[in-house]
Design a protein around this ligand. Structure first.
Ligand SMILES: Cc1ncc(COP(=O)(O)O)c(C=O)c1O
Length: 390
């Protein structure tokens, strides 16, 4: 079996499994005042310090959450509510058109249910938000912007955003800037302080840590209104008993991913180049999507003219190769990916795409298997489509 879907989720590192297993039986709630509680609290605070050090933040800035989706929801909804409560004129939420649904949907929900104004920042043909686009959007009416959210790196086509420039523009206008860095931490140089962002999302299961654990790194002066109410943990931003074993596993994964980043990115880029060259030799009219100059090293996103991505995925799956399409199936009808559509790709191209994503455990043998399988799969998918159209 070959796994080429590491952008969806990747292997939990053995070191992380060992840390979590060792901690899982430990008794004590980190909020309790007795010795058991204090021991659990120590575990959590050590994890917080270690994550902060790895991503260029202070421990106070690390808020533990259940993952990327929750961190994005807190950032977008919570910052909107807090800023809107301070000044009701602040109603606009600006998000890039290529965000993951975990950012798009909270922003849209706020518009549908909370009186926010949802505004998408358009992207260019490689999926990039230009700084001048953000500037123009804010300048249209600076006092009405509640929050801006633009991801660090795209999960489908891998395009990197000019986060530092975008964050600087938002800062000029005193608007909080959130970035979803779920796909970037551990492969790109993600430094919270240096980037100038106000809030940053990271998630354990994308970098060798446990699923269900993540963090929102949040500047000290920001107090988003909570999405979850309860015991007041995590600066009252995220109530709920802290899962000490998971925080420890997350810290181990983030620490290892960041310290090994250089080598890891090289490993991914070399496999990705091998994969793209092999696929294009097997299928000469395949097209590589995304920003070829500034993209994540571990994602190859390709369109195969005349094929349906879903059919290709199934054919490859039948041959033991797991990968992904960006499209979502709604009521049995494949919908083009909003990311490709935002780059100006037509529906046919968008529906003919596959995402092949590599990880720490990917090998040159995995790539060779995919290269071997892709030609026949494309031929069959094309034949099936031609037959259906007759
Ligand atoms: C860019 C991006 N943001 C957010 C998420 C959601 O993160 P989680 O699965 O930790 O909720 C994902 C996962 O697919 C992602 O790729």
């Amino acid at each position: 079996m070959v796994y080429l879907d590491h952008a969806a989720t990747t292997d939990v590192r053995p070191e992380v499994i060992a840390e979590i297993s060792a901690q899982l039986g430990a008794l004590g709630n980190p909020s309790s005042l007795h010795g058991h509680g204090r021991a659990a609290r120590r575990t959590v605070e050590e994890a917080r310090e270690s994550i902060a050090a790895a991503v260029g933040a202070t421990p106070h800035e690390v808020v533990f959450t259940a993952g990327g989706t929750e961190s994005n929801n807190i950032a977008i909804k919570g910052l909107y509510w807090a800023r809107n409560a301070e000044d009701p004129a602040r109603v606009r939420i600006l998000v890039s058109a290529v965000e993951h649904h975990a950012a798009l949907d909270p922003a849209r929900w706020m518009a549908d249910h909370q009186g926010a104004v949802y505004e998408e920042l358009p992207v260019d043909a490689v999926g990039r938000v230009s700084p001048s686009t953000l500037r123009a959007a804010i300048e249209r009416d600076p006092g009405s912007v509640a929050v801006v959210s633009v991801m660090w790196a795209n999960n489908e086509i891998g395009t990197l955003q000019p986060v530092r420039e975008l964050a600087a523009i938002a800062a000029e206008f005193g608007v909080p800037f959130h970035t979803d860095a779920v796909q970037a931490v551990g492969v790109e140089d993600v430094d919270f302080a240096d980037s100038g962002v106000s809030a940053l999302t990271l998630s354990g299961h994308k970098l060798g840590g446990p699923v269900g654990a993540g963090a929102l790194v949040l500047a000290r002066d920001l107090t988003p209104t909570p999405v979850l109410h309860g015991g007041g943990q995590e600066r009252d931003i995220r109530s709920g008993t802290l899962p000490a074993p998971l925080t420890r596993g997350l810290a181990t994964a983030v620490g290892l991913a960041v310290s090994e980043r250089g080598e890891h990115a090289k490993h991914l880029a070399s496999l990705r180049d091998e994969l793209e060259a092999g696929v294009r030799a097997a299928v000469p009219d395949a097209v590589v999507n995304g920003d070829l100059d500034r993209r994540l090293p571990g994602i190859a996103h390709l369109s195969f003219p005349g094929c349906e991505g879903d059919a290709l995925l199934m054919l490859l799956d039948a041959r033991g190769v797991s990968c992904s399409t960006g499209s979502a199936c709604s009521a049995g009808v494949a919908q083009p990916s909003h990311v490709l559509s935002a780059t100006g790709a037509d529906t046919e191209t968008a529906l003919s795409s596959l995402r092949l994503s590599l990880g720490r455990t990917s090998t040159t043998e995995d790539v060779a298997r995919l290269v071997e399988e892709i030609g026949p799969a494309v031929e069959r998918a094309r034949a099936a489509r031609a037959k259906r159209r007759r």
